[in-house]
Design a protein around this ligand. Structure first.
Ligand code: SF4
Length: 382
């Protein structure tokens, strides 16, 4: 069996090249061909020695994921469903905006966390994706979009790990995938333009801060432990006080950043004025200098098994106003790609560049933001 080179970050590829008796710098050339140029055939890689191409042909391959379906919305949002074998599928969603192109990708087939408002959580857990399966979503989307839009330039500027799965429960595959995204010889994305979204796996938040401090989004959804235990069962293991402390520690590794708190607005469950007051108290309790967090309020996308309903928009707006009046940067998501049912879960995609949000904050506290909406069968990730 030959190795799929999408599985490797640059260090891994260098080690692979060394096993073939090649110098490490050959890995950089190979890495660029694969990720920057989308090459799949070693014969295409004209600056590699013929002898190396021969070795690669017998020991390696570059293989993406089979596509089950692709849907494009009138607003340009594109959703792909990828086959990851054994009846499992994961999805990725591309959301174009004037100043960026965001790709939302999956980290697991299914999810073991079981959040009440998330259709992925209701489907249960199948398996972790490999590094190659995570990167294959980006690799395919980037090179497909360049052809589709007829441009030689990079199309995807932001990646959000908000598709199916809890990324921090697939840590060993996640980190090499993040490194490929950030590597200048790979996708060259800025650390602040790659977001990992988590339901709150505290020990792994600490590890991520040390290993690869990309932008962090936390699925909060409740202002107190009683309610959060019910909505996000992982809270029983890592309650709010521990979670907020881990966010503080994370920011020590990324001092100019802030944490995005995702908050899915559920009718009559977590959308009352007292919930907003509790959130304000929670944030003030863990106050840091400057802007250390922002809230992203997400209108719930109802699905029958949840037994939950979307909060009416006036209530969402009133909730946002309470937070913003207390000095908390708050945004409300708008949906995208409704005509292709691009809503793949409840949280898919804080698609705004965080630095821009900070700038806008001075002008406008409540910002209506474009959103990566969830898609039907496959739901949002953490
Ligand atoms: S919201 Fe995220 S962590 Fe919770 S069940 Fe869905 S995919 Fe899993």
């Amino acid at each position: 069996m030959t190795a799929n080179l999408l599985e490797f970050d640059l260090d891994g590829l260098a080690a692979f090249c060394e096993r073939l008796g090649e110098k490490r710098f050959r890995a950089t050339q190979l890495f660029r061909w694969i990720h920057q140029r989308g090459a799949t055939e070693f014969d295409q890689m004209s600056d590699l020695a013929k002898s190396l191409r021969g070795k690669l042909a017998t020991s390696a391959h570059v293989q993406g994921l089979p596509i089950i379906s692709q849907h494009e919305s009138a607003d340009g949002t594109i959703k792909w469903l990828f086959d990851v074998g054994d009846g499992n599928a994961v999805e990725a969603v591309f959301i174009p905006e004037d100043d960026r192109g965001t790709l939302c990708i999956s980290s697991q087939a299914g999810c073991a966390v079981g959040c009440r408002f998330c259709s992925t959580g209701h489907q249960g857990f199948s398996r972790n994706l490999t590094t190659g399966e995570i990167i294959a979503q980006l690799w395919f989307a980037e090179h497909f979009l360049r052809k589709h839009l007829n441009t030689p330039d990079r199309v995807i500027s932001n990646v959000v790990m908000m598709g199916m799965g809890e990324p921090l429960q697939n840590y060993s595959a996640l980190v090499p995938a993040l490194k490929v995204m950030l590597d200048d010889h790979g996708y060259g994305l800025s650390r602040r333009r790659v977001t990992v979204s988590t339901s709150g796996v505290v020990p792994m938040i600490d590890r991520l801060g040390q290993d690869c401090p990309v932008a962090l989004a936390v699925s909060l959804h409740a202002p107190n432990d009683t309610l959060r235990d019910n909505l996000v069962p992982l809270n029983k293991k890592y309650p709010l006080a521990e979670l907020l402390e881990s966010c503080n520690r994370y920011l020590a590794h990324a001092p100019r950043d802030f944490i995005t708190f995702e908050y899915c607005m559920l009718d009559g469950v977590n959308d009352q004025p007292e919930h907003a007051q509790q959130l304000i108290a929670l944030v003030q309790q863990h106050r840091r200098p400057g802007v250390w967090c922002k809230f992203n309020l997400i209108p719930f996308n109802p699905f029958p098994a949840s037994g939950l309903l979307r909060s009416p928009m006036p209530r969402v707006t009133a909730f946002a106003k309470m937070l913003s009046d207390a000095g908390i940067v708050t945004t409300v998501r708008k949906t995208r790609g409704d005509d292709i049912d691009a809503a793949c879960g409840q949280l898919a995609g804080d698609v705004k560049d965080r630095t821009q949000v900070v700038k806008r904050m001075a002008q406008q506290r409540i910002v209506m933001m474009a959103q990566v909406p969830p898609v039907v069968e496959v739901s949002k990730g953490a």
